[in-house]
Design a binder for this molecule. Structure first.
Ligand code: ADP
Length: 721
């Protein structure tokens, strides 16, 4: 940032960084904008003059501050300020360099500078997240390289004007361009960042009335430069300022300065401040050092060779400060984000009420998050870094470790239940999932553990109660079965004796009474048989026979008996077997008959007029087995759809009034359903109140391979029924 023009007088130098005028004047009246415009032009003039004066004084200018001012303005406040840069440059050229406003050079140089800076700001605003401050080291590198490249082009373009105006010879063109380049670069590395951090946010809020979100975030930055919060911090703040002054004095003013090259001392305060205060501190310190250098050069002039090294060193120090400061700020942000995400995690864990563990693949506790340490087997501090098997017995930890391995291998989440003696037995439901790693080879798992003791106890209680209820129900069923069995013996006695008495000579009145006794005993016997069957099915004691039988013969026998009952009620009972139905079957004909009797019996019972039909179809036939589909259809009272499932439960009737009107116990369908299931089939009903019912069931039978000749006679007979 030192412009080396020792061989030229100030008046010979070309105007450094002028600007252009335009949109600035078209805005609506805002006192802040007007003030900004006037101040900018004034500052531009003054800073440029300062450079000119310093050149006169020490023979060179250390850096060119107006360049920093221009870029900060365009980046911070927007490209619409480009005309202001042209105007400021124009005024500066006239006042400081006495250029004629009517010459071509003044227009060329200021136009070139305004356009170059506007283009530079446009690129930086677009490709680097610069709106406010450089936020990552990557952005800083981009900024440095882009700024250096752009200013290099500008410097070589701008220095042409010196040759054009005969202010320098072609021979000095290269040195002049280089000087311009370094001078601008230093300003862009130390003044622009400083202004972007400290001044433009404030200006922006004045001009627009609001602070952009990013800048608001900056103002709450963790960097401590702007907030000497306590005494110690203030002391450090002072010491850091003093270190800059000391470095400047020792390197440029002390008696060692002449003998030794002590410029490297500048790094010490810059590094210290950057490390402690991040990018905000670093930009301020770099600016202070650069401004201080100019003052020191005025007081203690240096030789040209030393000035050249100083100029290059200042460039390096500025870049170092910017990089280091950004790096630290970036790290501070990362730290803060980490702390925030830790906080979020804690908040999350306190709301979900779970303990969260991070385990490595071997079962070492890497992290534990909980709001209730009593849920841990030991305090968290004792667990971290230790192997879980040190605290948990193998029967607890081994299955969990096995799951860790599986989860890491498959990537799929798994759950496991375990209990800990804490000191009362506490149950946990753990969910294990993989923690992804950046190299794609995860080595740790996350395990959340929820205290499920209450629900576990409730579950156990429920199981106990269910078991108790089941065994009570079994005992009742067995009692019922025993009672039925015991009751049947005397009942058979009553029936037998009644038959014997009925065979003797009796008065008509006595006969009528005895027949009523026989009828009641018969129905009591039917009921007891039903209960016995049901209890046998319930207790799993009922076994089916597997014998050969002729289907049509059995159907005929069964339905013939039922037909008499139907006729008594004036109903018609017919049955039909499809042609594909096999005749020779293996199974339990007695139970098939019981099922059909129940269903047809119900159909007769619940039907007042019309026909009852029984139909048989083959559903699935293989070489060895046949699945048959039976349908019993009536035109009776029907069943409401919400009762369709209930009627297959024991002791349930579709309507309690049926008991009063039709009698029955609600056992028939329950037994039928279980018998059908034992025969490998299912039972269902299609029915609507008033429309009649269709009871369907399927049953599986074995097939007997015999010549199919015996069949048809009976079948034909059945069809005609
Ligand atoms: P029960 O007939 O001895 O009451 P079931 O288990 O055989 O017992 O039948 C249960 C209930 O299902 C009957 O009470 C009746 O309400 C209904 N139900 C069964 N079959 C029919 C049918 N064919 N038509 C109308 N309702 C029926």
């Amino acid at each position: 940032m030192l412009k080396l023009f020792q061989h030229k007088s100030a008046s010979q130098q070309a105007p450094p960084n002028p600007g252009t005028g335009g949109a600035f004047f078209t805005w609506g009246f805002n006192p802040w904008r007007v003030l900004l415009g006037v101040t900018f032009i004034g500052l531009h003039l003054l800073l440029d003059r300062e450079s000119v004066v310093s050149r006169v004084w020490v023979g060179t200018d250390a850096w060119y501050p107006p360049a920093g001012l221009e870029l900060a303005l365009l980046i911070g406040l927007g490209l619409s300020y480009a005309p202001l840069i042209f105007v400021a440059g124009f005024v500066t050229s006239m006042v400081n360099y006495h250029l004629s406003p009517f010459g071509a050079i003044i227009w060329y140089v200021n136009g070139l500078i305004a356009l170059s800076y506007a283009a530079m700001a446009a690129v930086l605003r677009r490709y680097i997240r610069l709106d406010g401050i450089l936020r990552s080291l990557q952005d800083v590198f981009r900024y440095i390289f882009f700024v250096m490249a752009a200013t290099l082009a500008l410097a070589f373009g701008g220095a042409l004007s010196f040759v054009w105006s005969d202010k320098i010879s072609l021979h000095h063109y290269f040195a002049a361009a280089l000087n311009w380049w370094i001078g601008d670069s230093v300003a862009l590395f130390c003044l622009s960042p400083f202004l972007l951090v400290y001044v433009t946010p404030w200006l922006k809020s004045r001009l627009t009335g609001s602070i952009p979100f990013e800048l608001r975030k900056l103002s709450t930055d963790t960097d401590r430069w702007s907030k000497p919060r306590d005494f110690q911090n203030s002391l450090e703040f002072l010491a850091q300022g003093a270190s800059i002054v000391a470095a400047l004095y020792i390197a440029l003013g002390s008696r060692f300065a002449g003998t030794y090259q002590l410029f490297y001392l500048f790094f010490l305060p810059i590094i210290w401040i950057a490390v402690r205060r991040g990018v905000r501190g670093a930009t301020a310190a770099t600016l202070m050092l650069n401004v201080g250098t100019i003052f020191m050069l005025r007081i203690f002039p240096q030789s040209l060779t030393r000035l050249v090294s100083l100029q290059i060193l200042m460039l390096i120090v500025s870049v170092t400060g910017l990089c280091l400061g950004t790096l630290i700020t970036e790290r501070n942000h990362a730290d803060r984000e980490l702390r925030e995400s830790e906080g979020r995690m804690q908040a999350l864990i306190s709301t979900i009420d779970e303990v969260v563990f991070e385990f490595d693949v071997n079962g070492i506790y890497k992290n534990i998050w909980t709001t209730d340490e009593t849920l841990l087997i030991r305090p968290k501090s004792q667990l971290l870094g230790r192997h879980a098997s040190e605290f948990l017995s193998p029967d607890i930890i081994d299955p969990i470790l096995k799951i860790f391995g599986e989860v890491l291998e498959t990537g799929k989440r798994q759950s496991v239940e375990y209990s800990l003696p804490l000191p009362v037995k506490t149950w946990f439901l753990a969910r294990v999932s993989v923690i992804p790693s950046s190299d794609g080879r995860p080595t740790s798992v996350c395990m959340t553990a929820r205290d499920i003791t209450t629900s576990k106890l409730a579950e156990e209680e429920l199981r106990r109660t269910t078991q108790a209820a089941e065994s009570a129900s079994r005992a009742k069923t067995e009692f019922l079965a025993n009672m039925s069995h015991e009751l049947r013996t005397p009942l058979h006695g009553i029936l037998g004796m009644t038959d014997l008495v009925l065979d003797t000579t009796l008065t008509p009145e006595q006969r009528e009474y005895l027949e009523m006794v026989k009828l009641s005993s018969d129905s009591l016997l039917g009921l007891l048989n039903g209960i016995l069957d049901f209890s046998k099915v319930e207790t799993g004691k009922l076994e089916l026979e597997n014998i050969e039988f002729l289907l049509s013969e059995r159907l005929f026998q069964t339905l013939k008996i039922m037909q008499f009952r139907a006729e008594e009620k004036g109903l018609e009972l017919s049955w039909h077997s499809d042609a594909g139905v096999p005749e020779h079957l293996m199974g339990d004909p007695a139970r098939l008959r019981q099922v059909l009797t129940n269903l047809v019996g119900n159909a007769i019972k619940f039907t007042e007029h019309g026909e009852i039909t029984v139909q048989v179809q083959a559903r699935e036939l293989t070489q060895q087995t046949a699945e048959l589909h039976f349908r019993v259809q009536d035109h009776g009272i029907g069943i409401p759809s919400d009762k369709h499932h209930l009627i297959f439960d024991a002791f349930t009737q579709a309507d309690s009034s049926t008991t009063r009107k039709y009698g029955g116990t609600g056992l028939g369908l329950a037994i039928t359903k279980r018998l059908v299931e034992l025969m490998g089939g299912t039972i269902w009903v299609e029915s609507e109140p008033g429309q009649g019912s269709s009871f369907h069931f399927t049953a599986k039978f074995g097939l007997v391979r015999t010549p199919a000749s015996v069949v048809p006679a009976l079948l034909a007979q059945g069809d005609m029924l």
